[in-house]
Design a protein around this ligand. Structure first.
Ligand code: TYD
Length: 132
């Protein structure tokens, strides 16, 4: 599957601690919404849906978790575990998030505001949307 992308986030290293910054040129969409997942209990599972139009950029601000990506044909598993790297999920990709470490924080930058109508929450519906 070639349409997801791991993107390096610029890092300013300092003895006092590192600083990473996400600016316009890092993410290929205008950021309309920011949210984050945290206090995820061990063994919990998030995601389990695709989006019709939304693009997202995920960053493990702390800890680690795995993202399973499905395009209807292929499946890939990506581990996110560093705050200077983000995963760009384009439109029309099924995603599942699991194996959150203790204290993991998943930052999500999104190309649009929340809209339940943009979700495809049924995997069969997702698969058939890929065939048409
Ligand atoms: P959902 O997107 O399914 O979470 P995840 O994919 O991380 O498992 O959203 C969970 C609930 O939160 C759902 O009822 C919708 C609500 N929600 C909002 O109200 N606004 C938002 O921006 C998001 C992302 C979710």
């Amino acid at each position: 599957m070639s349409n997801y992308k791991l993107i390096k986030i610029p890092k300013i290293e300092d003895r006092r601690g590192n600083l990473s910054v996400i600016e316009k040129d890092c993410v290929p969409f205008d950021i309309k919404r920011v949210y984050y997942l945290y206090d995820v209990p061990s063994g919990a599972y998030r995601g389990g849906h695709a989006h019709k139009a939304l693009q997202q950029f995920l960053v493990a601000l702390s800890g680690s978790f795995e993202v399973i990506l499905k395009d209807g044909k292929n499946t890939e598993r990506v581990m996110l575990n560093r705050p200077d790297q983000g995963l760009l999920i384009p439109t029309g990709i099924w995603r599942e998030l699991e194996n959150f470490s203790s204290g993991a924080v998943c930052l999500v930058l999104a190309s649009d505001v929340y809209d339940e109508n943009d979700y495809i929450r049924n995997f069969k519906t997702f698969k058939s949307s890929k065939r048409t």
